[in-house]
Design a protein around this ligand. Structure first.
Ligand code: EPZ
Length: 420
């Protein structure tokens, strides 16, 4: 396994290009199941999770051609609608094959994803929606089996927005008989990107990006090519990296509209943020004021930026407050930050961060994707050397982050790890 070694104290400056969005590419790739024929995806990020979902489709019988960042997928020969435990356990978003498989084949058997470091991550709302559309759902021996000759349009009322649930049911509904309405749908840009591909494939979808999505089912869909939107969480992560190192960084191939809440908060705490059509420029030289944020469904402050903003708060002059309202266990980065000298108190879902505080480099352990990003950020501003172990977590969601950071002047390298 690898580790990442950071010698802190370097100011970041220069320009960095954002890769395609992991959380858009995953459902987009699953949507290719809906129609036999070849789909060409561009701007696909070269990530662990993307390789996993492509491996799953190949096991099912799809033909995959990887020429990063261009991926060609042909599911004409796909004939094995089963997603095994070994794969789903490593990447729970594999559950997004469920809706497309049932829509196209009338059957799917997918391992229950189980929980992960940040929470139980249930899929009850996905299954409730499929049942409402007429499917038989049977759970046994850790797998969910779904049967339905043809799904029927239905009204689905989510008690709370669910990104994966909205994506799974939107895909399923494209081939259902009749009209499906999803109320309290998730509004993330990744939902809009998926709806844009489905529209190109011939689906009839209205309202993607709002909390009410209407899908008129049709008999079949056609292949269509698509380019993945930029990754808004990678964008936010580099915005924080520039801010905490008092840097001057131009972030390109980004979409500022997808990070408007992050831009708003950073401006409010004294960071200079300039935006254009496809770039964001961060210049951070003055005092960083304390922040007070609650993670919310889009367009609120994203939970996937909570760990990174905690490091930003360590540089602020005063007491900051962060509340994690989406996942029940998303503070796994805190014990590691405390070992570096951070002053953070956790009370249930609330974190109180006293800044500014000087961090000291040491060996720390990554536990989940965004926690590992926050440890890298902490290493950038710590005194001395920080070693981050178990960086396979990081590689699931960030493409060559150490190369991108070193091109901005960070002293960061990847090395084989003797222990983990
Ligand atoms: C997506 O996960 C993202 N993953 C997550 O990003 C992100 O943190 C999350 O949305 C929230 O924005 C992908 O897009 C691949 P949810 P998802 O369903 O779809 C509860 C990252 O770091 N819920 O919107 O699994 C759930 O427990 C990852 O890139 C149910 O109760 O999230 C949570 O509290 C981490 N029942 C809340 O809803 C369900 O059936 C939101 O979860 C489904 C969800």
């Amino acid at each position: 396994m690898d580790k990442i070694v950071v010698n802190g104290g370097k100011r970041l400056e220069g320009r960095v290009d954002i890769s395609g969005a992991k959380n858009a590419a995953l459902p987009l790739i699953c949507a290719s199941i809906l129609t036999p024929g070849q789909i060409i995806f561009d701007n696909v990020p070269r990530l662990g999770d993307i390789r996993t979902i492509l491996k799953l489709l190949a096991i099912m019988g799809a033909d995959i051609d990887m020429n990063w960042p261009r991926i060609k997928i042909n599911t004409a020969e796909l004939n094995n609608p089963i997603a095994p435990y070994e794969l789903v356990k490593t990447m729970r978003a594999a559950i997004l094959v469920l809706g497309p498989l049932v829509a196209r084949f009338g059957y799917a058997k997918v391992s229950l994803p189980g929980g992960c470091a940040i929470g139980a991550r249930p899929i009850d709302l996905h299954l409730k929606g499929l049942k409402a559309m007429g499917a038989q759902v049977n759970i046994s021996k850790g797998y969910v089996e779904v049967n339905c000759t043809r799904l029927q349009g239905s009204v689905i009322d989510f008690p709370q927005p669910t990104v994966g649930g909205t994506e799974n049911l939107m895909m399923a509904a494209t081939l259902a008989a009749g009209t499906t309405v999803i109320n309290n749908a998730a509004r993330e840009p990744e939902i809009i990107d998926l709806a844009n591909l489905l529209d190109k494939m011939g689906a009839k979808i209205r309202g993607a990006g709002t909390s009410r999505i209407i899908i008129n089912g049709c008999e079949n869909l056609q292949p269509a090519d698509h380019s993945v939107i930029p990754d808004r969480i990678e964008t936010g992560t580099f915005m924080v990296a520039a801010a905490i190192t008092r840097g001057d960084v131009l972030i390109r191939k980004a979409n500022p509209l997808h990070v408007s809440r992050i831009v708003e908060i950073m401006k409010n705490i004294g960071i200079s943020v300039e935006t254009g059509k496809d770039f964001i420029k961060i210049n951070s030289s003055g005092t960083i004021h304390p922040l007070d944020v609650i993670t919310e469904a889009y367009p609120g402050f994203p939970t996937d930026m909570q760990a990174q903003f905690m490091v930003l708060a360590l540089k602020a002059r005063g007491k900051s407050f962060i509340t994690e309202s989406i996942f029940e266990n998303r503070y796994m980065h805190v014990p590691e930050l405390l070992r570096m000298g951070a002053d953070i108190q956790i009370e249930k879902r609330n974190a109180i961060i006293n800044g500014p505080c000087e961090l000291e480099g040491t060996t720390v352990m990554a536990t989940d994707l965004r926690a590992s990003a926050s440890l890298i950020l902490a290493g950038l501003i710590a005194k001395g050397t920080t070693e981050i172990l178990r960086v396979y977590h990081l590689d699931r969601g960030y493409e060559k982050i150490e190369n991108k950071l070193s091109s901005l002047g960070a002293d960061i390298t990847r090395k084989p790890s003797e222990i983990y």
